[in-house]
Write a protein that binds this ligand. Structure first.
Ligand code: SF4
Length: 251
């Protein structure tokens, strides 16, 4: 049986992309190999936290600390404690869940047997790891990182970008509903977005431009109109959606 490191386990509403408002059970895996400058989950980037915070909705959202590493069966027992009639899916998020691919895969496989749908949020930084888990997932939300996001050293960017594109292709080819998200900051250029959209133009995806949260770096509305129009000239399904969970004040 696989075991691994989880930072948080809780039930909430999806706050990003086209599934905003859907109830999900979130498993936030620990660790991330990237370092995006706008990261809002830096607390989840430590690879081996001593404890997982389990937020139990049945006990006034009291937080219980569960010792890491946790076995996959125990994870599913905790997930079942959070199951409610409105649950859309289990959301595997991070940090970066692909860092724990074998652990993720085992949980996802068992979850399917329990009639859960599986939804992964990833940067797609390793197409090989993504390929190893894709068969147990129904939805993938893949974040394409721009060079200006400074997720990796400049010299490593081409490799990251090519893995991300490969992950999107693998997702579509395996029949997952595929969402591609790009975080837009004040510094995002037209050229960066054009390149991504051109490279994705033959794929059936939902494309989300997500204005970054943060007053000092968020893009103005004119930029969002311009980038949305540009994306629409390459892709059929384009949307601009901010992080709604931040407005609601929830995780
Ligand atoms: S990939 Fe996600 S968790 Fe990792 S640094 Fe970027 S925003 Fe943060």
């Amino acid at each position: 049986m696989e075991s691994g490191y989880i930072k948080e386990l809780f039930s909430s509403f999806q706050g990003e992309g086209p599934y905003t408002g859907r109830r999900q059970i979130f498993i936030r895996f620990a660790g991330c190999p990237l370092s995006c400058f706008y990261c809002d989950t830096t607390y989840a980037r430590t690879p081996e936290p001593a404890y997982c915070s389990f937020i139990n909705k049945n006990k006034n959202r009291a937080v219980a600390l569960i010792e890491n590493p946790i076995g996959s069966h125990s994870v599913l027992e905790l997930v079942n404690e959070l199951r409610t009639p409105d649950v859309h899916s289990i959301c595997y998020t991070g940090g970066e869940p692909l860092l724990s691919a074998a652990f993720v895969n085992e949980i996802a496989k068992e979850a399917r047997d329990m009639d859960y749908k599986n939804f992964i949020e990833t940067s797609g930084y390793s197409a090989t790891s993504f390929k190893s888990i894709v068969m147990n997932f129904d939805f993938a939300s893949i974040d394409i990182k721009l060079r200006s996001h400074r997720a990796v050293e400049d010299g490593d960017y081409s490799r990251l970008y090519s893995n991300e594109l490969d992950s999107v292709r693998i997702s579509v080819d395996n029949g997952l509903e595929t969402i591609v998200k790009v975080v837009v900051t004040r510094g995002t250029s037209v050229n960066e977005i054009e390149r991504v959209c051109r490279d994705l133009s033959d794929l059936e995806i939902k494309f989300v431009l997500q204005p970054v949260t943060g007053a000092d770096i968020k893009p103005d509305i004119e930029k969002l109109f311009t980038l949305s129009e540009l994306a629409g000239s390459f892709l059929d399904d384009v949307m601009v959606i901010p992080q709604v969970h931040k407005c609601m004040g929830i995780l």
